[in-house]
Design a protein around this ligand. Structure first.
Ligand code: DQA
Length: 144
């Protein structure tokens, strides 16, 4: 299976973010982890990151056109981007929302995900293992 992992704003600078929340990792570690885990599971994983809402939406359009399964960490866009929600809703193949942290145990503004309603499932709170759990789950989802 060819799977796209799409990461939203500020995840490219995990080295600068609060390590108590996100772990002591850099974005390169996230990419290497997803590629290695995907390979072990027999998948080809392409990992993207953008701080730009438009760029993420265009990637989602491409994924919809090509019917590619998507694992997405929309980062802060999770909480307010109806445009990303609408683009996720167009996906034809399975899509899983992931978070490194558990947004529900953090500030109140993070308790809302405008994306959760249009994904197959959401995994959060397990650090990099959130991505592994999503990579394991995505091939078990039959259709949307
Ligand atoms: C995040 C949680 C979001 O609330 C936050 O804005 C992020 C990262 C996570 O992976 O835990 O940037 O999506």
């Amino acid at each position: 299976m060819n799977i796209w992992v799409i990461n939203g704003p500020n995840l490219g600078r995990l080295d600068l973010r609060d390590s108590a929340t996100y772990g002591d990792i850099a974005y390169a570690d996230l990419v290497a982890f997803c590629e290695k885990t995907g390979k072990e599971l027999g998948h080809t994983v392409s990992v993207f990151q953008s701080d730009d809402e438009t760029e993420i939406i265009h990637l989602l359009h491409k994924a919809a056109d090509e019917k590619v399964p998507v694992i997405i960490n929309p980062a802060a866009f999770t909480h307010y981007s109806y445009a990303i929600r609408d683009a996720v809703a167009m996906l034809k193949a399975p899509v899983i929302e992931v978070h490194l942290s558990n947004p529900l145990s953090r500030e109140e503004f993070r308790h809302t995900s405008v994306v959760s309603g249009v994904v197959n499932g959401t995994i959060g709170g397990f650090g990099l293992n959130s991505y592994e759990l999503a990579l394991r789950a995505i091939s078990t989802i039959k259709a949307r």
